[in-house]
Design a protein around this ligand. Structure first.
Ligand code: AMP
Ligand code: FE
Ligand code: FE
Ligand code: ZN
Length: 285
């Protein structure tokens, strides 16, 4: 049997618009056999997704850790099957949550001070899980300032933009080690996607993460064109890394559709064999 597997999705536990229960229902309706929930810097959606898992759908529990490269780039690292109670990783998630909240409030306050129709308290209250710029974008849409999230990110909210406030993310190699030490499988997310801050990691910088324990590369992703996929596939082959394909679904907030990109069965099997923080869950079991 060939399973349809999508290993990267977001819920309202971070900046997606589906609740975790809606996410797994939509995944089943989209014809997926396996879905991963990978909210930014949190495992907060896992319990609801697991409780609502439809029969016949399997759930890979993961997260997407916000990291910073040695060169100062923002890099996203997927951590699959981590033990959510592993102390060092739990502490780092708490720290990142704090960074997210203080930076988003600072951005909202700057915009309010300049006369934009955003209420910092309302923005913060709207972020029930990991707070992110999409929550501020939603306030700008409600206030009629922009038509959609893309337009908000095109100027006002972009990296280095007029209201941008930085946050202190996890040093990338530390993130790779943290995920491994928590029993998880670290996979570099959308490494060659159109960067919001000017440039991407080089292939050498990616290869340098292998000794730290990097296990895989997200190759098939809606924001990778074929040349990027080819480069990453070659790099994965060279270093015996596993290769994933995923949609990076965010509900209504992005055009990415569930199952838009998928992961091959043998790659999923490799991933499941490497991860031992928590098991794969099967709905209806
Ligand atoms: P933050 O996590 O606060 O740094 O905000 C970055 C998040 O915003 C990323 O996780 C993306 O999912 C989301 N994002 C960035 N650009 C866009 C866009 N043009 N449309 C929708 N979401 C976006
Ligand atoms: Fe996101
Ligand atoms: Fe990402
Ligand atoms: Zn993502």
């Amino acid at each position: 049997m060939t399973r349809r597997t999508d290993l990267h999705t977001h819920s309202t536990a971070s900046d997606g618009t589906d609740s975790p229960a809606e996410l797994v229902a939509h995944a089943a309706a989209a014809g997926l056999d396996v879905v991963a929930i990978t909210d930014h810097d949190t495992t907060g959606g896992w319990a609801e997704a697991a409780a609502a898992l439809p029969a016949g759908l399997a759930l890979v529990r993961g997260m997407e850790l916000s990291c910073t490269s040695a060169g100062g780039l923002t890099v996203h690292l997927l951590g699959y099957l981590v033990d959510p109670d592993a102390r060092a990783l739990a502490d780092e998630r708490d720290r990142l949550q704090g960074e997210r909240r203080s930076r988003l409030r600072a951005m909202a306050e700057r915009m309010a001070a300049d006369g934009y129709p955003v209420d910092p308290d309302e923005v913060m209250a709207s972020a029930t899980g990991s707070a992110g710029r999409p929550h501020l974008a939603a306030a700008l849409i409600r206030g009629g300032v922009v038509a959609n999230t893309d337009e908000a990110f095109a100027d006002l909210l972009r990296d280095g933009g007029p209201y941008y406030v930085d946050k202190a993310d996890t040093p990338l190699a530390d993130g790779v080690r943290l995920v491994r030490e928590s029993g998880g499988v670290p996979v570099l997310a959308h490494a060659l996607a159109r960067p919001s801050d000017g440039r991407n990691l080089t292939l050498d910088e990616i290869a340098a993460l292998v000794p730290a324990g990097l296990a895989g590369l997200e190759v098939d992703h809606p924001e990778h064109a074929e040349p990027e996929r080819e480069q990453l596939r070659a790099l994965a082959a060279e270093h015996d890394l596993l290769v994933t394909g995923s949609s990076d679904y965010h509900g209504d907030r992005k055009v990415n559709r569930l199952g838009q990109c998928t992961t091959a069965d043998e790659q999923l099997e490799r991933l499941l064999a490497l991860g031992h923080g928590v098991p794969l869950l099967t709905g209806g079991a």
